[in-house]
Design a protein around this ligand. Structure first.
Ligand SMILES: O=P(O)(O)OC[C@H]1O[C@](O)(CO)[C@@H](O)[C@@H]1O
Length: 554
């Protein structure tokens, strides 16, 4: 980032609002929501032949159709004004410049530097680590790297949790095609997670990657200790551990103290939930190869450029963010459902839960005051079409109104037009259409009359079957489910979280809320030990503690 741009970013930031309620656009949006928010989506399409074209943003092989959102041109304009008034463009420059926008930890937020191309590095050590990762991945993949008895590696187990798990897991699941080495992911400290994974593996042919930014996360270290004992029990010597264990971390001292020789490092300015592009993606590189990892980075970088350079009115991540703000803050829809119509993307909702809810689940502003507006909604979801047969009833007819993102990757040419492919695509489009249109009362009455119903029976059926629709959704089409498009998709959601955080005036890059529970777990670990006298907790926790201790005979 050049000096002039830095200066410009700083100057512009001086002029921006921080309290969203103090903007001119916020009350205008409230008034628009009151006056027009209830208008039916089908009315918005009536007499507007170009709505579908105009309410579409495209970038990097992704198409965001937000025409099924309850917004009109005035609302769109006011949302763009809110984006301007909250100084998101200047904040974006500050992020790209590597300024310490994570104010509570005084850190830069620079994941965009992790995907800068080789020819244009933003930070040289990123490329050094990436080269070291690629060389190591190639050794493992080619068979040059062998286990303790000289055999090649067939399985890679990533042990990590949160950002050290969800991103690489989601990418590998989305892109892996039954190749060797196979990638496995263990996050849970519940013994069944690691034990069930290891049960199917040959220790002599298994590589364990212990991934932890802090290298202090209790669950990860507990699982890593068990995996190490599993190797030793299988005949590996202490010296052999180096052939089966590598670490990914920012904390070299703790890695050494744990006894792992080979570490791939990253930096404190890489947030856990934004880290899959760093050495945290080592499992991706080993499982998929450095070329596909490069394609993932290139897709994300292309989205970075689009996000940075494209006017807000045509900016895909900006519209992901603004439609969410409109639904949550102005229409009061505090529940957001994400449904990927792709089995391999089944873990997208889990990934987005951490990305958006850990980033923006805050109630304090960047200045340390209580927030003045609602922040992140509940994010949830699961894979379609399965979801249709579980909770879509509630989405169509339940009391709680929910807005959705449908994710629709288009099939590879060889799969296009197959019976199941047609079903998959048809179901995705049908659900969005049904949520929008609902079931017209008059047409339904006609159908029921044609079935021979009348009187009370007809009225009864009519009430049960009719629904109003007007449930908003985005449809995000991916031209393909490959590394490039997946990189672009993930980066788009990262930028969505950034834009929303800036508009809500919160710091999206810390996570103090999860720390207290970790500290309390540390105390409870001691309290559960056989020979310890438990410390006092609240009455409910004391009773539960006593029940568990009694069950264990303590
Ligand atoms: O990579 P680490 O340091 O083990 O942390 C794992 C995860 O724990 C958290 O700190 C809190 O759950 C996440 O932000 C992070 O991704």
């Amino acid at each position: 980032m050049c000096f002039n741009a830095l200066q410009r970013a700083r100057r512009e930031r001086l002029t921006v609002m921080s309290d969203p309620l103090a903007t001119q656009s916020w009350p205008r949006l409230e008034a628009l929501a009151r006056a027009r928010g209830g208008r039916h989506l089908t009315d918005l399409f009536a007499n507007d032949d170009t709505r579908a074209q105009r309410y579409t943003a495209t970038a990097c092989g992704l198409t965001l159709d937000y025409a099924k959102q309850r917004i009109d041109d005035d609302t769109r304009m006011a949302l763009l004004e809110l984006f301007d008034e909250q100084g998101v463009a200047a904040a974006r420059e500050a992020m790209f410049a590597g300024e310490p926008i994570n104010t509570s930890e005084d850190r830069a937020v620079w994941h965009v530097a992790l995907r800068a191309p080789d020819a244009d590095p933003m930070y040289a050590p990123v490329h050094e680590v990436r080269q070291a990762m690629a060389a190591f991945a190639e050794e493992v993949r080619s068979g040059a790297w062998t286990g303790f008895d000289g055999q090649t590696i067939t399985d890679v187990v990533n042990i990590g949790i949160g950002g050290s798990d969800l991103g690489p897991r989601f990418v590998c699941e989305s892109l892996a095609r039954h190749e060797i080495p196979r990638a496995h992911f263990v996050a849970n400290v519940d013994p069944h997670d690691l034990d069930d994974t290891l049960a199917g593996l040959d220790p002599a042919r298994t590589l364990v990657i212990v991934t932890s930014k802090s290298f202090g996360t209790a669950e990860t270290l507990a699982n890593a200790r068990v995996a190490r004992r599993w190797l030793i029990a299988a005949g590996a010597s202490e010296a052999d551990i180096a052939r089966h264990f590598v670490a990914v971390s920012t904390n070299e001292d703790k890695v050494k103290a744990f006894g792992i020789e080979r570490m791939f490092g990253f930096w404190d300015w890489v947030g856990g939930r934004y880290s899959l592009w760093s050495a945290v993606g080592l499992s991706i590189m080993v499982a998929l190869g450095s070329e596909r990892f490069a394609a993932l980075l290139a897709g994300a970088h292309a989205m970075d450029q689009h996000f940075r350079d494209t006017p807000a009115a045509d900016n895909l991540p900006v519209w992901l963010a603004l439609t969410g703000i409109w639904n949550n803050n102005f229409l009061g829809l505090a529940s957001h459902c994400v449904v990927p119509y792709a089995q391999r993307m089944a873990n997208l909702p889990s990934f987005l839960q951490q990305l958006e809810m850990e980033s923006n689940g805050k109630s304090v502003t960047r200045e340390g005051a209580p927030t003045t507006v609602a922040t992140v909604p509940t994010i949830w979801g699961s894979v379609g079409t399965n979801a249709q047969h579980a909770y879509f009833q509630m989405l169509h007819q339940g009391e709680l109104a929910v807005d959705l993102d449908f994710i629709l990757p288009l099939s590879a040419p060889e799969d296009a037009g197959g019976e199941r492919e047609i079903e998959r695509v048809a179901n995705c489009l049908a659900q969005a259409e049904a949520l929008m249109c609902g079931r017209d009362r008059q047409a339904l009455r006609g159908e029921l009359e044609a079935e021979g119903l009348s009187g009370q029976a007809l009225e009864h059926r009519l009430a049960a079957r009719q629904f109003a629709g007007n449930r908003p959704s985005n449809t995000l089409v991916m031209d393909a489910l490959d590394a490039h498009h997946l990189g672009a998709l993930i980066a788009a959601y990262e930028h969505k979280a950034f834009v929303q955080g800036m508009i809500w005036n919160i710091n999206s890059f810390d996570q103090w809320g999860v720390e207290l529970g970790k500290a309390m777990a540390g105390q409870l670990v001691k309290d559960l030990a056989a020979d310890n006298t438990p410390s006092a907790h609240d009455g409910s926790t004391d009773r539960l503690l006593a029940q568990v201790r009694a069950h264990w005979g303590r």
